[in-house]
Design a protein around this ligand. Structure first.
Ligand code: GLU
Length: 345
């Protein structure tokens, strides 16, 4: 098996919360289990919503959770030239084209398709116009006219999407910035990522990304989309559900290992990692990932609470060893306690 390389790619538009932390833990576990590499990428291209304070907070939360990453974090905002060099390759190879349609024109095409009972999409008007660069022009990928994009998701199984569902997507905006899908493909390729594990809110991006890999003639990584942690109303977890930033658990004095134990204990991930061998382990880890997500869907807060309780009871001597309630312990005392607990496993 080639070396496993995973990455966690948060957008610094908010603090790291339990859902993001869970995804990061899966990526980290998979890489560490197979003696691979785990990278961190800060997806900060949304200049309006990205904030340095969130990047700092995400890095601090990762460190606090013990999720160490290899090498320096990669920042997307430093890589515009790299992305555009790949866009140029696609243009040169005839797999992409310049498009002068204005947003209003594209909207009109979509509306027309809607009226005709078809899926709203760009109608490919500039595909054969052979335009060059110019003010207000974007670059679009030439999506194949027929066929299916098929991939074996490590969590969801086989997914097939007909290309008629996907129009000629923009890969470089009129302002010269790459689009999200373009940047992610270039990053994952150039960072040598072998396994892309992310929330299943990204599953619809994957066929688009595969089309970009194929047009560039690059190997396609494996994908695993883990279910999102949902609130009791089945909606995406948010402040409304009392979802808390990981950093708040730290402020409450919760041991980082207890939060990590949430994932391991709730899903039996520990045994899967311990006993898993070779190919089997990958399946085990991802199966456990799905189980954890399902459990968390019930009530992540309660799940966290239970797991930390279980964690404390499991290591009976914890109380004995603890000189003071956890909240009153210094970081050094907690660390020393954790060392004791860990050595007893
Ligand atoms: N930046 C994306 C997010 O925070 C993750 C994209 C990915 O993992 O491919 O949802």
């Amino acid at each position: 098996m080639t070396q496993v390389v995973t990455r966690f790619a948060p957008s610094p538009t908010g603090h790291l919360h339990i859902g993001g932390a869970r995804t990061a833990i899966f990526c980290w576990l998979l890489a560490r289990h197979f003696n691979g590499r785990f990278h961190l990428r800060i997806e900060d291209t949304d200049l309006l919503r990205s904030k340095q304070e969130y990047t700092d907070s995400i890095l601090a939360s990762m460190r606090w959770l013990g999720l160490d990453w290899d090498g320096e974090p990669v920042y997307q905002t430093n890589r515009t030239e790299l992305y555009n060099s790949y866009v140029d390759k696609l243009l040169q190879a005839g797999h992409a084209y310049w498009c002068s349609c204005t947003p209003e024109e594209v909207e009109a095409m979509r509306e027309e398709a809607r009226q005709a009972g078809r899926k709203p999409r760009y109608n490919g008007r500039c595909r054969t116009r052979d335009l060059g660069p110019g003010e207000g022009r974007c670059v679009r990928l030439k999506t194949p006219l027929s066929g299916k994009v098929v991939f074996d998701d490590m969590v969801k199984g086989r997914i097939a999407v007909d290309v008629s569902e996907l129009d000629d997507m923009v890969i470089r905006r009129a302002d010269g910035m790459p689009t999200y899908n373009m940047a992610v493909v270039v990053d994952d390729h150039s960072m040598g990522i072998t396994h892309v594990i992310r929330g299943d809110d990204h599953v619809s991006n994957t066929p688009r990304q595969i089309l970009i890999y194929e047009a560039l003639g690059l190997p396609v990584p494996r994908f695993g989309h883990v279910p999102m942690i949902l609130g009791p109303d089945r909606q995406k977890l948010s402040k409304r559900h009392g979802a808390r930033a990981v950093i708040e658990y730290k402020q409450d004095g919760l041991l980082p290992q207890a939060l990590e134990a949430l994932q391991q204990l709730a899903a039996g991930l520990g045994p899967a990692v311990e006993q898993g061998r070779g190919q089997q382990a990958l399946g085990d880890v991802l199966f456990a990932a799905v189980a954890a997500a399902r459990l968390c869907q019930a009530d992540p807060e309660e799940c966290l609470y239970r797991a930390s309780q279980r964690f404390l009871t499991q290591f009976g001597q914890m109380e004995e060893a603890a000189p003071a309630p956890l909240q009153e312990m210094t970081e050094a005392q907690k660390q020393a306690l954790w060392e004791q607990v860990k050595n007893r496993q």
